[in-house]
Every structure is written in C-alpha cells, then in structure tokens.
Write a protein that binds this ligand. Structure first.
Ligand SMILES: *Cc1c(COP(=O)(O)O)cnc(C)c1O
Length: 428
C-alpha cells in the first residue's frame, strides 16, 4: 500500500496493526519483563545487537505502538513516550547537553519548562539564555555561545499564546549548527507540523489534547531525522563518539537516523527511568483516535468564545491567535491555517481582583491546574502555575498579572458562553 494516509486515518489506523487472529485493539503489555529462549539472545539485546524488549523501564511494546503513531503524525523517523511532558523536555535537552553546555530558550515557554531549564538543569551545569521570541533575528543571535547545543521553544506558548516564528527559529538554530527543539503540545500535530518548517526535534505533553480527557499524564519525543549530528561531532560527542556504557558503540554510526532516540532510550531511560506506564499509553492511544475531531471543535468553540469576550464591555483584553487583529494572527495563519488550539487568555477591566471574583462564580468551567481537555476550565497563572515568578519574570513570560487562562472544552458553545456571561455579570 503506497498511499500516504491523511492524519484522520493515521490517528485511527496507525501504530498497532493486528495480524491474523490478533486483538483488534492495542493490547496493554502489562509486564515488567520479557522472556527469551537463550542466554545468548538476551546478551545480544543488551549489546544493542538485536532489537527486542527486555525490561519495561526502557521500552514496552504498548508504548512503542503509540509512539509510532505520534511519530507518523509528526512526520518523524523515531519517537519515544515518556512519563510526562516535563520528562520529555528534560530528556530532549539532556540527550545532547552535558555539564558545561548551554541552551537558548524562548522566554515564553511553559512555567514548568522555564524552571527545568533555568533552575534544575542549571544545577546540572547546563546554562540557559532566555530570549524574547519576537526579537529580531540579529538580537536573538547574540544569545548563542560556542557551547550552545540546542534552541528550545513552543509552537504556541502556554499560557502566553505566542505563536513561534518557526522558520526564524530554525534558521537561527541551524546558522549555529544546533537543532531546534519545539514543544508542539498546544498546536498538536493536527494543527501544526514543526518538522515541515525546519524544527529538528518535537516534544509533547501528551497529557493535554492528545489524551484529551484529563486521564493520563505523559510525554513524547519525536526526532525528524533531519539534523546531521555527525556534521559537528565535537558539538555532540554523546552521539558521535563511542559510548563506554554500551561497549563503545557510536550511535550515529550504528543507528543512523534513529541515533538520537536510540541514545535517549538506551542511556537516559535506562539510567533515569521516566517511562510512560503502558496503561497510560493505552489511554493516550484512545485519545489519539479522536484527536482531529476534537481539535476542530476545540478551535471552533475557542474562536466563538474569544469573539464573545472581545465584544464584552467588562473585558479589558482578549488574546487568541485565531482572532483577526491578534498580534500573532498572521503567524498562526502561516503555520497553523486550520486552527491553533482551544486555549484563550483574557483580562477583566477590574484586573486581578475581578479575575478571582469571576472565577469563583463559574458554574460549568472548573478551576483546575490543567488545560486542553474535554472540559472547559480556568486558571489564574499569577496565583497558580506561575506563582513562583516575580512580576518581571511574569512579564517576560508574557503572563500579565490579571491574565485568566481559559481552556475551552467540548461542551456546547452556548452553554460555555452562558456560564461566562453569568459569572462576568456578577463581577462588581
Ligand atoms: C503541560 C505542559 C508541559 C508539561 O507537561 P506534563 O505532562 O504536565 O509534565 C510542557 N509543555 C507544555 C507546553 C505544556 O502545556
């Protein structure tokens, strides 16, 4: 079969493809370990001479079928699931950075990733320079150092909703011989394929739209196979020189385009764990089957809600990249013409206090530390997810103190708007 299937078909049909008499639905391989007939065969697995499963801390078949589906959706060559989106971000960077190295990161990334790069990985000896993603290219170029190993940014920033100029960032990264790692969680591969615009590695928090039902925390890393690590072996010794912990194999020589994901599996998963549970991978797979349908409705409901809020006289501002007149409308049209995501941010004229008051009156939308699932939810980042940041850091991250993050769900649009209407009307 030579036909290249559309994303709707990939979401339903890819990954697990049962053979004769096998279960129609992806099985959950609820097993820590796998059995072999000979000691020699097991030995060959440990030498990476043969591929196969031996222990679910490193790899599990259920996970790999789901990773293969996401890989196909993104147009990559290899992928792995991780226990969370944070684990995916960590591994994606740590797979090519070690103590003494440096990362260039967009200032508007998710709060957890901001902490990971600027605090936790700093303690591991990996430096990070934060850049304004909207700054001119020459300005951002100044952040690069000889020890810079990657650039990290989000296609649609959570919660700032800044749309990344992917081509600009890919150019900056490649001019400095390093890969562009993009967190594509909010856009999902349904609305944006960063590899088509020059990104080299994509990460996801599958916890969000991919699962879509707020059931399973998880992450994913996908490699485009485009970045030529061996063109700069001095920059990426972990991939281009022998790995002593694997009998001196060199990943780029032995695994070619699968080098990056193979190293992440056989080194980082082996030593640090953080694999997704097969149960969660199963739930993620169920979510993926309806992802295109759900994204379409999330985007429709979000646009209607944004338009409603924009017209409201108690609303000070609305930020949704799908709104005409939004600062990022043109970039969104270019990189995600079918829609952006279901998340909106807005502020009320009464500021921070009005935000809290309004949220307390919501009946349908719930206050939860989560976005991007079927249920409409709200959050006030300055008092919740980003509360460890000072005002200056908040502004740098594109988060105003009065910002309300509204994740528009799949309820009927009239019910969503009616709930907002009654809550806003109670704000004094
Ligand atoms: C939620 C989120 C993360 C972290 O993912 P977890 O699954 O919660 O660990 C990373 N990046 C973005 C853009 C997110 O929205």
């Amino acid at each position: 079969m030579s036909r290249q299937y559309k994303k709707e078909t990939i979401c339903i049909q890819s990954g697990w493809k049962p053979g004769n008499g096998e279960p129609r639905v992806l099985p959950i391989y609820q097993s820590t370990t796998f059995k072999y007939e000979s000691s020699e065969q097991m030995g060959r697995l440990f030498d990476l001479e043969e591929s196969g499963y031996f222990y679910s801390r490193l790899q599990n078949p259920t996970n790999d079928y789901v990773a293969a589906k996401i890989c196909e959706l993104e147009g990559g060559v290899a992928a792995m699931l991780t226990s969370s989106g944070q684990a995916a971000c960590h591994f994606a960077v740590f797979n090519i950075c070690e103590a003494g190295d440096h990362v260039v990161m967009s200032s508007t990334v998710y709060g957890g990733t901001f902490n990971l790069l600027t605090c936790t990985m700093k303690k591991m000896g990996i430096g990070c320079t934060v850049v304004d993603p909207d700054a001119p290219e020459e300005e951002i170029a100044k952040a690069f150092k000889p020890n810079t190993k990657c650039v990290f940014a989000e296609t649609i920033a959570n919660p700032a909703l800044v749309v990344l100029d992917l081509e600009k960032f890919a150019r900056l990264a490649h001019d400095h011989q390093v890969p562009l790692i993009v967190d594509n969680t909010f856009a999902t591969p349904i609305n944006c394929n960063p590899f088509a615009w020059g990104a080299d590695i994509v990460v996801h928090s599958t916890t969000k739209y991919m699962d879509g039902h707020a059931m399973a925390v998880g992450g994913c890393i996908v490699d485009s196979g485009h970045f030529d690590w061996s063109a700069c072996p001095d920059k990426f010794p972990g991939l281009c020189t022998p790995d002593e912990s694997y009998h001196g194999i060199t990943y780029t020589e032995k695994f070619g385009k699968a080098a990056y994901i193979t190293k992440a599996t056989s080194q980082l998963m082996r030593d640090l764990g953080s694999i997704q549970s097969p149960q969660n991978a199963f739930l993620l797979n169920v979510g993926l089957e309806t992802l295109p349908l759900r994204m379409e409705r999330h985007c429709y409901n979000a646009l209607k809600t944004a338009e409603y809020l924009e017209r409201h006289d108690k609303v000070a501002w609305v930020n949704y990249p799908g709104l005409k007149g939004n600062k990022y409308y043109d970039l969104a049209q270019k990189y995600m013409p079918n829609g952006t995501c279901g998340v909106i941010s807005f502020g009320l004229k009464g500021g921070r206090q009005a935000a809290a008051q309004m949220m307390d009156h919501l009946e349908l939308a719930a206050i939860v530390t989560h976005v991007a699932d079927a249920r409409t939810s709200v959050l006030h980042p300055a008092s919740h997810t980003h509360r460890q940041m000072n005002d200056e850091q908040l502004r740098e991250a594109g988060v105003a103190p009065d910002l309300i993050r509204l994740s528009v769900g799949l309820e009927h649009i009239e019910d969503i708007i009616a709930d907002l209407e009654q809550a806003i009307s109670k704000v004094s």
